[in-house]
Design a protein around this ligand. Structure first.
Ligand code: TNX
Length: 529
């Protein structure tokens, strides 16, 4: 039924765009499901326009007026009230899809009807793009919209480089404007532990600082900067970020890496390792052999204690446990790991990782949560209930989806926004490698190679921002935009992408980015791939 509705919608949009004048084209990113601009005329929104709030939708209305503050250069634009004749009216209707909305524009003003508060918010985001990029003139017409994917994520690595609460909020603002609804917050790794855990103050006291940072490719001594580097979030700051995101209908999924990518924790608490030797907070990028011991009960106790605090801070049902890139060298030589394997009847160290992950998942389920991990969690034999994040290509995701596990697709060759945006790399500064231009993201079919049954288990799509070579928010923005525009089209509008209109739409989006004061990369707009 949904397919039918969308097919009709696409045909309709195609018809309109061939018969109507370009002035009556709507440039919204991501593309709405159905657009009808047949009626002549436009409603002009100004900072005096009233927002009429029905069904207690004060929260999304307040977010909207906040978003419009910088555009109007006023700290009190657009009064909100319960009554009024003309203006922007928001209300709910349970027949509209949960995150969807309908928007009708006439001489009466703009009426936005959402399935939920989030739907109303997305309708207001569409309206905001039109106002900001079209001098407040909103064409008469009707839009019906809803997302393709339920999970529309972006990831942020704050371990390799640390980003302040203000930076993270700015990142959240950008995601929200593109109708994303998940922030995957990568809080711990070898190069820094960034979340306060009351039971283990050493994690941040010692584990959040490294002696220096690798700033070049290669391992020559001159490639390290010689400057101590650190930072972490207190639990109050974490709560602040989670609430800020929730107010923008974004769920923050915390990631606590285990059993690999844990050298910062091992520095703080050496008893977590197999040989209990002192190690530094790591000053290299890549994969370290220093990992948590999977044979000692104290490791499990530690992980559960950490997760119990994490669960208190994050209402997200999904909790990310990492699980990627865990070399097994230490485990092979460790009496505790070998004894654990023997007592559990495990033959290979991979199975020991499977044991650890399954045990942690059981703990999370006992707390009413669900586990998500990188696709290496498949290697040790994954449970039926885990959600899998496919990053080593698409095959792990396809395999997991075919088994019936939920999957988030985030293959490295398409979703790693820490990769270069042009082939020549000219003007891009130093980055980790790879090449992912805007066009490649936009053309991606996340269902490629999948059976119909497997498709049902693809809950969403995510882009990742690893920060080895990204040290400030300005650079994050340049790596994120405009590629996030392409990603949002895949996430929200997977089945209505159109190569023939995207460039024009992005030119309009560029105006929006300028108006918001966000940095973006110029390459796509210059025709460089
Ligand atoms: C792989 S994706 C990693 C990260 C790195 C990234 C660099 C994943 C689960 N692991 O630890 O930062 O590549 O692009």
């Amino acid at each position: 039924m949904k397919r039918f509705f969308l097919t009709v919608a696409i045909l309709f949009v195609a018809l309109i765009s061939t018969t109507s004048l370009s002035a009556r084209e709507l440039h919204v990113v991501p593309e709405p499901a159905y657009v009808d601009l047949e009626a002549e005329g436009e409603y002009v929104v100004t900072e005096k326009t009233r927002i009429i709030v029905v069904d207690d939708l004060w929260a999304p209305a307040a977010r909207f007026t906040e978003d419009m503050m910088s555009y109007y250069g006023s700290d009190k634009p657009m009064r909100t009230s319960k009554h009024g004749n003309k203006g922007i009216k928001v209300r709910l209707d349970r027949f509209v899809p949960a995150e969807g909305y309908e928007m009708t524009v006439s001489e009466e003003g703009v009426l936005i009807i959402g399935g939920t508060e989030a739907g109303v918010y997305y309708g207001l985001q569409t309206l905001r793009q039109i106002i900001v990029t079209n001098d407040g003139k909103v064409p008469y017409g009707y839009i019906a919209d809803e997302p393709t994917f339920e999970y529309r994520g972006a990831h942020l690595d704050v371990s390799r480089h640390f980003f302040s609460v203000e930076d993270v909020k700015r990142y959240i603002d950008i995601l929200a404007a593109h109708k994303l609804n998940r922030l995957h917050w990568h809080l711990t790794d070898d190069q820094g532990w960034r979340i306060e855990i009351k039971a283990y103050p050493e994690l941040t006291e010692k584990g959040s600082m490294r002696s220096e940072t690798l700033i070049g490719h290669g391992l020559n001594p001159e490639f390290w900067d010689g400057k101590p580097y650190g930072g972490y979030y207190t639990q109050d700051e974490i709560r602040d970020v989670v609430a800020y995101a929730a107010a923008r209908y974004i769920t923050v999924i915390p990631e606590i890496e285990m059993p690999g990518h844990s050298q910062a924790a091992l520095h703080a608490l050496p008893w977590l390792g197999c040989n209990e030797q002192e190690v530094d907070v790591w000053t290299m990028w890549g994969v370290t052999p220093e990992v948590l011991c999977a044979g000692k009960e104290t490791t499990y106790e530690f992980l559960e204690n950490v997760l119990s605090e994490v669960i208190e801070l994050f209402p997200s049902e999904l909790i990310h446990i990492g699980g990627d890139e865990c070399p097994k060298d230490r485990w092979k030589e460790c009496e505790h790991c070998q004894a654990m394997m023997q007592s559990m009847g495990l033959e290979h160290e991979e199975e020991l990782q499977g044991y650890l992950v399954a045990r942690i998942e059981k703990y999370l389920i006992s707390k009413g949560r669900r586990m998500i991990g990188w696709d290496e969690i498949l290697d040790g034999g994954v449970t039926e209930t885990a959600t899998v994040m496919s990053w080593r290509g698409i095959s792990g995701g396809i395999y997991a989806a075919e088994r019936g596990n939920d999957v988030v697709m985030t293959p490295m060759s398409l979703c790693y926004f820490n990769f270069y945006q042009t082939e020549s790399r000219k003007g891009e500064g130093l980055h980790i490698g790879g090449h992912i231009p805007f066009e490649k993201v936009y053309a991606w079919n996340p269902y490629e190679g999948m059976s119909d049954e497997a498709r049902e288990h693809i809950i969403g799509v995510q882009c990742n921002m690893w920060s080895e070579y990204i040290k400030d928010m300005d650079t994050i923005e340049v790596m994120l935009l405009p590629r996030l525009g392409a990603m949002a089209e895949v996430q929200w509008a997977e089945d209505r992408r159109d190569e023939s209109t995207i460039r024009q739409k992005m030119e309009t989006m560029r105006k929006f980015y300028d108006a918001c004061g966000w940095n973006y990369a110029p390459y796509y707009f210059e025709g460089r791939q």
